[in-house]
Design a protein around this ligand. Structure first.
Ligand code: RIB
Ligand code: CA
Length: 310
């Protein structure tokens, strides 16, 4: 039995693995992209928005791109992780003679509210950057939580962070926003580092994509070379981690994850700021604590190879 495609808004900070996530989303017929909303994170919001506009053009996507938050709810933005996502946020990919068109008008959180109200109960929000836009949408209209189909978040870590020993980047970039998002009464699936770190696109698989999956495969390879070098240096990996792809893959292949229900809270003070904590109890939140990473990476490759004409 085939289901109608899910309507997805991708809230993103492109970002190398965000670019891989967009390639995956384009390749999956189960997912229909409604809009891209941007947020600071892997770079400042001007850069992540420029990157989203570049990816929209290169991937031939016919969706609006709305600029979102430039800074967290409180305090200044943290430094961009240049050593992971490069000076331009896209692994120093050569963007050629790309000149960014004007961004679509309207603030990201307001456009999210409009889209959810236009499709009550049908929109899935997939957040793969800091959660500031989602928190601003909730602040403006708390009732929106009841009208969203599902919120899928790449973020958090329960067995050790990637920015501090406790905190993962998307949560660490705006812990106050994350706390508000996890406190709201909407159905959340969290895909933390505990699941994503096993989802590795090997360098051999990336090289093969460059020759077997059209321009999308070339982009997947080229954009991820610096990112893979960073993972080789810091984690000893022969490949790169598909953090943001994993969040989308939850919607297509939930069988690849081990999900546990239970509330999630975010630590807001001192050196553990941005730490995610959870307990097992009835909750509107479920967390993927493990993933079949090898199968997920193979599924990513096959998805891109199956969409070479796009
Ligand atoms: O910790 C991984 C997350 O932080 C990913 O979303 C990556 O793109 C960065 O934003
Ligand atoms: Ca991201």
């Amino acid at each position: 039995m085939s289901h109608a495609p899910r309507l997805v808004i991708l809230d993103t900070d492109p970002g190398v693995d965000d670019a891989l996530a967009l390639l995956y989303l384009r390749a999956r017929p189960e997912l229909t992209l409604l809009a891209i909303t941007t947020v600071f994170g892997n770079a400042d919001v001007e850069t992540t928005t420029r990157n989203a506009l570049y990816l929209r053009q290169r991937l031939g996507l016919d969706v609006p791109v709305y600029r979102g938050a430039a800074a967290p709810l409180q305090g200044p933005r943290g430094p961009s992780p240049l050593h992971v996502h490069g000076e331009n946020g896209l692994g120093d990919l050569d963007l050629g003679d790309f000149i960014a068109p004007p961004v679509d008008p309207g603030a990201a959180h307001e456009r999210i509210l409009e889209a959810v109200r236009a499709h009550p109960g049908a929109v899935t929000l997939v957040a793969i950057g800091p959660l500031t836009n989602l928190a601003l949408a909730l602040r403006a209209a708390p009732d929106i939580a009841r009208q969203v189909a599902e919120v899928v978040i790449m973020g958090g870590a329960f067995g050790g962070g990637n920015v501090t020993p406790y905190a993962e980047a998307n949560i660490h970039n705006d812990p106050d926003a994350a706390a508000a998002v996890f406190a709201a009464d909407w159905p959340i699936t969290l895909v933390p580092l505990d699941a994503t770190m096993s989802c590795v696109l090997s360098n051999a698989a990336a090289a093969s994509l460059a020759h077997t999956a059209g321009d999308g495969g070339r982009l997947a390879h080229d954009v991820s070379r610096g990112y893979a070098a960073a993972y080789a240096e810091h984690e000893g990996l022969d490949g790169c981690v598909l953090h943001d792809v994993a969040a989308l893959a939850w919607l297509v292949r939930p069988d690849l994850f081990e999900a546990h229900e239970g509330p999630v809270t975010i630590t807001l003070d001192k050196e553990r700021r941005g730490q995610s904590l959870r307990t097992n109890a009835p909750s509107n939140v479920q967390t993927c604590l493990a993933a079949c990473g090898q199968t997920l990476a193979a599924h990513f490759v096959e998805s891109l190879q199956g969409s070479t004409s796009r």
